[in-house]
Design a protein around this ligand. Structure first.
Ligand code: SF4
Ligand code: MG
Length: 321
């Protein structure tokens, strides 16, 4: 099976001003050599603490922020190499759903106009068809055509995220990258939106990259999960392997921090010491070594390679090399 998306060696470095003689240029490595594939129809979850580079990874894939290096192969084309005019023609196949639907909706535009806009920009449907398509989409996401002339402030958080999803879906995309789409919502509303996203995935054969800091949310929706720490992917596995056999000490710590409702997988809690180091000045070797309960000498000097340790299970840790 060919993957729908291949991300290879993706990097996003932000230059930072440095002081002193010679003014050596230094960088914040927000995304540092991240590689993964996403199969058609699957949901690939990306999880990690805030500031680990997961949102920047998502935005770099769609070039909402320009990556510094790497390849993003989508349907056989390297998106990073495309001219902006060529990229624009591809855009409607790949959509982004934002964390805060309110901030991403224009408060002066009715919902109808908001949903019409991408159809017009991409020239996907014309004339009366536009309005019909918008009404159909409102119903698909659980709103009604009566909402057509309303403004964003007239909606609840959950309804606004339905609008955000409708706006993404209306161009008939293959891939949707959703960045913390339910983090701003109450828990009861979260499951409604997650279930809606699952239904839409089945109905429209969608592929998702689902970004969240919340392990239980990622677990609910993902087929495979990648764990990020300080700009790097440190473990990647099918959901069940990750939750039943987490290999990387950081993943183990993250899972230990999730309240266990099921005794079968209750495990010793590893408490992380220390704060997340600054990405502007990350630790040498394994960037997790300052907080790792299993740290060895080699960890302080040598960066562990991302290696396959079991079927579809990848880990970057010297314990496995
Ligand atoms: Fe811990 Fe070393 Fe593995 Fe890093 S490489 S997670 S410091 S054991
Ligand atoms: Mg983020």
């Amino acid at each position: 099976m060919n993957p729908l998306l291949e991300v290879k060696g993706l990097k996003k470095y932000y230059p930072i001003q440095s002081v002193g003689i010679g003014k050596l240029k230094s960088f914040v490595k927000a995304v540092d050599d991240v590689s993964f594939e996403v199969q058609e129809g699957e949901t690939f979850g990306i999880v990690g603490e805030s500031g680990c580079g997961k949102s920047t990874t998502g935005k770099s894939i769609l070039r909402l922020t320009e990556p510094s290096d790497g390849e993003v192969i989508f349907q056989g084309q390297n998106l990073i190499k495309l001219k902006s005019s060529e990229l624009r023609k591809m855009r409607h196949y790949m959509q982004f759903v934002f964390q805060d639907p309110y901030a991403s909706l224009n408060p002066r535009m009715t919902i109808g106009a908001t949903l019409e806009e991408p159809l017009k920009i991409h020239g996907l449907v014309k004339g009366r068809e536009i309005r019909r398509k918008v009404k159909e989409m409102l119903e698909i996401v659980g709103l009604t055509e009566h909402h057509y002339h309303r403004y964003p402030h007239e909606f609840s958080g959950g309804q606004r995220q339905r609008i955000g999803i409708a706006r993404a879906l209306i161009t008939n995309p293959k891939l949707i990258i959703a960045d913390e789409p339910v983090s701003a919502l109450d828990v009861s509303i979260q499951s409604q939106i997650l279930n809606l996203m699952k239904d839409l995935q089945d109905q429209f054969k969608l592929t998702y990259i689902f970004i969240s800091h919340d392990l239980s949310v990622v677990r609910h929706i993902s087929d495979r999960i990648g764990v990020m720490y300080l700009g790097r992917m440190i473990e990647m596995a099918p959901k069940n392997s990750l939750f039943e056999n987490p290999a990387h000490p950081y993943t183990q710590a993250l899972l230990g921090a999730v309240p266990q409702t099921n005794n079968r997988i209750a495990r010793e809690r590893i408490v992380l010491t220390g704060d997340v180091p600054s990405p502007a000045n990350p630790p040498s070797g394994c960037t997790f070594h300052t907080r790792c309960p299993s740290c060895m000498d080699i960890c302080k000097t040598d960066k562990p390679e991302f290696k396959q340790t079991a079927d579809q299970h990848w880990v970057a840790c010297h314990l496995f090399s």
